[in-house]
Design a protein around this ligand. Sequence first.
Ligand code: HEC
Length: 115
Amino acid sequence: MRRLALAGITVLAACAGDPGGDSGFCSDVPIVTYETFGKGFMTQNCQTCHASTQTDREGATDGVYFDTADEVWAHKVTILDRAASDEPDMPPLGGTTEDDRYLLKVWLTCGVEGQ
Ligand code: HEC
């Protein structure tokens, strides 16, 4: 958790022109936020089952909603594991592109918590 938070700060510093960026995953990635990517991605790929307002959740875990940026961030570890890995099992029938999974990983690994 702490390492991820620090990595997020590093990428912001690097994007602001700080010459001291490290060579980790977050040092050379686009800026990805809920507004620019996350909201659309979650709505399109996840909320059909996970939205709190969905009446037929198809068995999606009770209480696991992705209605807001904060709710997504609260589940970031499991989301990264299940939807952004090389062998994702969310959505259950697949359908996300490699590019989208990369952006999802950048967002929740390098982005600012809650944004
Ligand atoms: C077709 C319905 C459906 C879609 C679409 C879907 N899910 Fe799920 N999701 C489920 C079901 C059913 C479960 C509970 C069973 C399981 O954990 O495999 C679940 C469980 C999860 C869990 C585990 C929750 C926990 O803490 O136990 C996560 C994380 C998750 N989904 C993330 C996602 C993400 C991210 C997306 C979009 C990329 C997504 N899901 C799309 C049906 C769906």
